[in-house]
Design a protein around this ligand. Structure first.
Ligand SMILES: [Ca+2]
Length: 209
């Protein structure tokens, strides 16, 4: 369960509890409403709203996400991923464009490495120090390419181990840590699934809070 709000409806003499499924990501969330005579329950389900309630503000595009002002370097880029750029190597903007495109056939909004597996790496850097406390990582959509583990390396010398990413990019891996003031962060992949051919990311977000 995720966000929960409770209100007391005096004419009905009921507590009404609205619950929205939690978890970081950009997909629509299930919501449901419960009722109870006492605040401590028991609760009865009134209605279940499947995939009701898109997040009102896209967190990937908000001011809080500092990747939108970052420079990006990647260990390699798949040629088909950037057909119109002169310098096909080392462009990874698809990972920081604020868009998670779940259509695996179109990878304009992804960073796709050039045949890399557990060597793939992305680095974000800023001219001015950024104080951050949270990172989201979206794997490439589709079941083929899948990151099993990696590590975040920060310019302050800190590291954060990253476990398996959700494989379909509908949700992301969230890493939280005490606030860090940094000028760069690297996500280095160190394990991928057997089927992985071109490791990459649908999106990476770094939040101030
Ligand atoms: Ca993207």
């Amino acid at each position: 369960m995720g966000c929960t709000t409770i209100t007391y409806d005096a004419p009905l003499r009921k507590y009404l509890i609205c619950v929205t499924d939690g978890g970081p990501g950009v997909e629509d969330k299930n919501s449901y409403i419960l009722e109870a005579d006492e605040i401590s329950g028991p609760c009865r389900l009134v209605t279940f709203m499947n995939k009701f309630g898109r997040q009102s503000e896209d967190p990937l595009k908000g001011e809080n996400n500092v990747v939108l002002r970052a420079r990006v370097n990647v260990s390699s880029v798949h040629q088909k991923n950037k057909p119109f750029t002169e310098l096909i190597e080392y462009f990874g903007e698809g990972a920081v464009d604020g868009i998670v495109d779940l259509d695996a056939e179109i990878n304009a909004h992804e960073w796709v490495s050039r045949g890399e597996r557990e060597t793939a790496m992305i680095r974000l850097s800023w001219d001015l120090p950024q104080t951050v406390r949270r990172v989201w990582l979206f794997d490439r959509p589709g079941p083929g390419d899948h990151i099993i583990s990696g590590v975040l390396l920060f310019s302050d010398g800190g590291t954060v181990r990253v476990g398996e990413l959700p494989s379909d990019a509908k949700s992301c891996k969230e890493m939280t840590f005490p606030p860090k003031t940094i000028t760069w962060v690297v996500f280095a992949v160190d394990a991928v699934s057997e089927e992985t051919a071109n490791t990459g990311l649908a999106e990476m977000a770094v939040f101030r809070d």
